[in-house]
Design a protein around this ligand. Structure first.
Ligand code: TXA
Ligand code: MG
Length: 321
């Protein structure tokens, strides 16, 4: 079973495991990540093993600062501006790789681009101490709900990894927003912890949505973020045997009969809702309900990313990821 150490006492142990080509679960501001040295093929392959993740789905490389990022990838002016505005923070940039950057090809699934992000807090310090980037997907079994607490990581992956660094509940609660500059355009590959409107305000252009040719972010496809129970969206009425994921003050009809109820945000605050999303889904999943009914959630601000994750949680379950 994995050892759980608080951030204040975990640094040396985490470094030793990473140096030895092992994986460590770490807190970031978005969700917990399952990290390995991005230049170490054995470490990176252990990430895929522990998660049961398909190897065609590339990982994000996490950096300590912009200088480290520029040694790995080539920045165009707009990407640079976005990095300066939002790093450290929940924004991931997809950029052309520099050749000879030392990143193991398993990280990028052989693509000539790489997804980069600079996390806040313990993760950033760990990368600076290691002196090398960390590859880290969310610390959950592939296709399941992302973990926002050390306990959730330990429950899901504890038998497969040796250390979970406990930084408490992650403040943002949703994975990073992923964008990519395409010529004059900026494409949103995954909505996430930075609202699209905030990125547009810095970029001065509208984000393009939807996939370009090919599968740009394989994790965007098929069933993902799936709890064990079925998920039913935009519920106006609760049916027998259902649990209710609520939002705001007005309740769906028949809410008194829900076998469990969690409210993402009583006051209708979408940031609070993002923070609570995965933990509430998990709690309702454990209530024994066959279906989780979800009240409508507005699409503005972080609502876009919340609706995106719920949509995927409700998608037909195939085994693509
Ligand atoms: O907040 C986050 O982003 C968390 C924390 C741990 O940093 N990480 C995370 O990683 O969500 P993961 O592996 O669950 O999601 C990464 C996404 C996947 O959908 C993957 O397909 C996409 O990034 N991705 C990675 N490299 C890419 C690339 N070169 N081009 C397009 N998409 C890429
Ligand atoms: Mg994930």
């Amino acid at each position: 079973m994995a050892e759980i150490l608080a951030v204040g006492e975990a640094m040396e142990r985490a470094l030793a495991l990473l140096e030895g080509g092992d994986v460590v679960a770490i807190p970031t501001e978005t969700v917990y990540g399952l990290a390995a040295d991005a230049t170490n093929g054995i470490g990176v392959s252990r990430i895929f093993e522990a998660k049961g993740r398909p190897r065609f789905n590339p990982l994000i490389a996490h950096v300590a600062d912009i200088a480290m990022a520029e040694r790995i990838a080539v920045f165009d002016p707009l990407s640079k501006r976005l990095a300066e505005a939002f790093w450290p923070g929940p924004l991931t940039l997809v950029l052309p790789q520099r050749s000879g950057n030392g990143i193991h090809p398993l990280v990028t699934a052989g693509l000539d681009t790489i997804a980069l992000r600079m996390p806040r807090g313990f993760g950033g310090e760990l990368i600076a101490r290691l002196g090398r980037p960390l590859a880290a997907p969310s610390a959950n079994s592939s296709g399941r709900i992302s973990a926002t607490t050390a306990e959730a990581v330990a429950t899901d992956l504890g038998a497969k990894i040796r250390l979970v660094v406990d930084g408490g509940a992650t403040p943002v609660g949703l994975e990073s927003t992923i964008v990519k500059v395409e010529g004059e355009d900026l494409r949103l590959l995954r909505p996430g912890g930075v609202a699209a409107g905030d990125i547009e305000a810095v970029a001065g252009i509208k984000l393009l949505r939807g996939m370009a040719a090919g599968i740009e972010a394989p994790g965007m496809l098929a069933s993902h973020y799936a709890p064990g129970a079925a998920v039913r969206l935009n519920a106006g009425q609760v049916a027998g045997g259902e649990a209710l994921l609520a939002f705001g003050k007005r309740r769906a009809g028949g809410w008194q009969d829900a076998i469990a109820l969690r409210n993402l945000s009583e006051s209708g605050d979408l940031r609070e809702a993002a923070t609570n999303l995965f933990a509430h889904l998990q709690a309702l999943d454990q209530s024994g309900a066959t279906t989780i009914a979800v009240e409508p959630i507005p699409f503005d601000g972080l609502g876009e990313a919340i609706n995106d994750r719920l949509f995927r949680a409700a998608a037909p379950r195939d085994k693509a990821d």
